[in-house]
Ligand binder design. Sequence first.
Ligand SMILES: Nc1nc2c(ncn2[C@@H]2O[C@H](COP(=O)(O)OP(=O)(O)OP(=O)(O)O)[C@@H](O)[C@H]2O)c(=O)[nH]1
Ligand SMILES: [Mg+2]
Length: 330
Amino acid sequence: MPANLTPQYLKAEEDYRRATTPEDELQCLQVMLQEIPKHKGTDHLQASLKSKVAKLKREIAAEKTAGKKSRGVRIPRQGAGTAILLGGPNAGKSQLLASLTRATPEVAPYPFTTTMPMPGMMAWQDVTVQLIDTPPITADFIESYTYGMIRAADLALLLVDLGADEGIEQCQDVLDKLGATKTRLAKESYLDEQDVGLSYTQTLLVPNKIDLPDAAARLELLHELCSIDFPEYVISAQERTGMEALRDEIYRRMDVVRVYTKLPSAKQPDLDRPFTVRRGRTLLDLAAQVHKDYIEGLKFARVWGSAVHDGTVVKGDYVLHDKDVVELHM
Ligand SMILES: Nc1nc2c(ncn2[C@@H]2O[C@H](COP(=O)(O)OP(=O)(O)OP(=O)(O)O)[C@@H](O)[C@H]2O)c(=O)[nH]1
Ligand SMILES: [Mg+2]
């Protein structure tokens, strides 16, 4: 990072990428604008932040006059994080949602079956990850709300239909379609250094229907014809082959730790429902999730976990570890 961005800036940027409402986006951008070092080297970035802020303010004002109806399709975040399922028609997006969650989307052997996005919760050990099934993307069709959902997602899964000869081209069409916009798929998630409007979402390539006779040959062809460098998970969503490796990787990519909370009065922590906090985040971030009163009122916490001695007293800046048990004191 040439601009020497502060931790507060980087945290706001992380939140900005995941924001699902214009109000949340605006709040994050304002922190970024406040935190950005003001010098020649950040001129571009400052300008891009300012124009985004102005644009969002106009959008929010316009929505106020038009009423809630003007809001696009939005799905609130839930669980440890969000993965969005993308691909051409018939790739098996809805079947994958059905196989990994309890959702019951329509699955059918004709294109454009899905017309609205549908969320479902995928279990991983004692936590869940939100998956969102979407309508297909083709060379000349994409629902406009899809961009916002891709930007806000922690991860994208790009499905390839190995059951039809068109599958490879349809996958390339999705990449080309998005590649021509400011919402792109990549190996890692990040925002462009100069333009906060240009976002990249980390993506796994998911060739599907490997149970079918010609699928293996088409997979080879996919490798020859497309130079896609995303990590690959070959599956049969219908036969549930490769499901567990994919499930693990989806969770891993959320990059969170689990934290169990305990009331000072209780003998045992609540081991059933952990909170999830992004890796590297602190006790204060957890406190804000547990209850807004803790943001101001937190005095200290006791922690039982891998990085500290049992019952160690820590302050708000303590970095949380997976499976920490935390007792918050007001
Ligand atoms: N053999 C086989 N068929 C599959 C597999 N996954 C999905 N299918 C079939 O492929 C067809 C399309 O599946 P969907 O899940 O509806 O595909 P989609 O990507 O959601 O399609 P759209 O909603 O039109 O974009 C259906 O007939 C499924 O039964 C698989 O792993 N193996
Ligand atoms: Mg579908």
